[in-house]
Design a protein around this ligand. Structure first.
Ligand code: GLN
Length: 294
C-alpha cells in the first residue's frame, strides 16, 4: 500500500475520535518508530510503497489507538525536557506542564537563588513515577544528589531504567509518602507531582488517560483532595533545610487552597504559577522557620 494511503486510513478511522492534528502526529511518530521514516518523507516521496510486512505494525497500532491506548504506550516511550523516557501502564506519561515545573526549579538553582551550605545540593522527588522530574533535575543540575521516592515498585523499575537510558545517577526509595515519618537526610529542595485529580473531575478527562494511566498516580477523593499536599508539607517541615524550597505541581482548581496550606505552615515567598494553558499549576514556598511537625 502507498504510505499516503495508510495515512488516509488513519484519518478515516481516527478523525472521529481525535483532533486531525493529533492523528497526524500519531501517524508521524509511528512511521518513525516502526519504519524509520521521517515526517517529510511524503513530501519527498509521495508514491512511497510500504510492503505488506511493514504495514502490519502500523495497522496494529491503529487498532490500539482506536481503543484509546496512548501512543506513548504503543511506542513505549516519550520525550520530556528533550530527553527520552520509557513509559508503561505503571507510570503517568510525563506532561508538558511538568516540564515547566522542572524549568522553574532549574532556573532558581542556576540563578543561585540557593545553594547547599555544605556538600552537594540534595533534592527529593516524591511520587517520582517514570522519574521524569528527578532525572531531568539530575541532568540539568549535575552537582546535585537526587533522591526519587515512590510507593510503586513497578514505577521505580521504570525510573531506574530511565536513569540508565539518560545516564544519570539517582537514589531510588521505595516508600509510601502517606506512611513516611521522616528521613535521615535533610534536603535543599523537595518537589512533588502527587495525585491531585478529584473523582468529580473524571468526566473532564480523556478516555486515553482514564482507561490507560495508573489511577494510583492520578486520583484523590472529593472530600480530601489535598491529602498528599498535607502529608508532603508536614514531611517538608521536618526534612527541608532552613531556606530549603518546596515545589508542587497542583490541581488547577485548588491553587488558592494549596497556597493557603503552605501559608498556614509558615512557608514564605509563596508563589503560584500558571502553566502554558493559563491554569494555576505550580507552587513554591520556602521554609524559613524551625517549625514543629503538623
Ligand atoms: N495533570 C495530570 C492529568 O492531566 C494529573 C497529574 C497528577 O494527578 N499528578 O491528568
Amino acid at each position: 500500500m502507498l504510505l499516503r494511503e495508510i495515512k488516509n486510513v488513519f484519518h478515516a478511522e481516527l478523525d472521529p475520535l481525535y483532533d486531525k492534528e493529533e492523528v497526524d502526529s500519531f501517524f508521524y511518530l509511528l512511521i518513525e518508530y516502526f519504519l524509520g521514516l521521517d515526517r517529510f518523507v511524503l513530501a519527498i516521496q509521495p508514491h512511497l510503497i510500504i510492503s505488506k510486512e511493514n504495514e502490519e505494525p502500523m495497522f496494529e497500532a491503529l487498532s490500539r489507538l482506536k481503543l484509546n491506548e496512548p501512543v506513548q504506550h504503543i511506542i513505549g516511550k516519550t520525550h520530556f525536557m528533550d530527553m527520552e523516557f520509557v513509559v508503561n501502564k505503571n507510570v503517568l506519561i510525563p506532561r508538558p506542564e511538568t516540564e515547566e515545573l522542572v524549568r522553574w526549579i532549574v532556573g532558581e538553582v542556576a540563578g543561585q537563588a540557593f545553594q547547599a551550605k555544605s556538600g552537594p545540593l540534595k533534592i527529593l522527588d516524591i511520587g517520582t513515577g517514570s522519574g521524569c522530574i528527578a532525572i531531568s533535575l539530575a541532568k540539568h543540575i549535575p552537582e546535585a544528589e537526587v533522591f526519587a521516592l515512590d510507593v510503586s515498585e513497578e514505577a521505580l523499575q521504570v525510573a531506574k531504567e530511565n536513569a540508565m537510558v539518560n545516564k544519570v545517577e539517582i537514589e531510588l526509595v521505595n516508600s509510601d509518602v502517606l506512611e513516611l515519618e521522616s528521613l535521615d537526610i535533610h534536603f535543599d529542595i523537595i518537589v512533588s507531582n502527587p495525585p491531585y485529580v478529584r473523582e468529580l473531575e473524571k468526566n473532564e478527562m480523556q478516555k486515553n488517560v482514564l482507561e490507560h494511566e495508573p489511577h494510583l498516580a492520578l486520583f484523590v477523593t472529593n472530600e480530601n483532595p489535598l491529602l498528599f499536599y498535607e502529608r508532603i508539607t508536614g514531611f517538608a517541615l521536618k526534612n527541608l533545610k532552613i531556606g530549603g524550597r518546596l515545589f508542587f505541581e497542583i490541581n488547577q482548581y485548588l491553587g488558592k487552597e494549596t497556597e493557603r496550606l503552605l501559608r498556614d505552615h509558615n512557608f514564605s515567598e509563596i508563589e503560584v504559577r500558571k502553566d502554558m494553558f493559563g491554569n494555576d499549576r505550580m507552587l513554591r514556598g520556602i521554609k524559613v522557620h524551625k517549625t514543629t511537625a503538623l
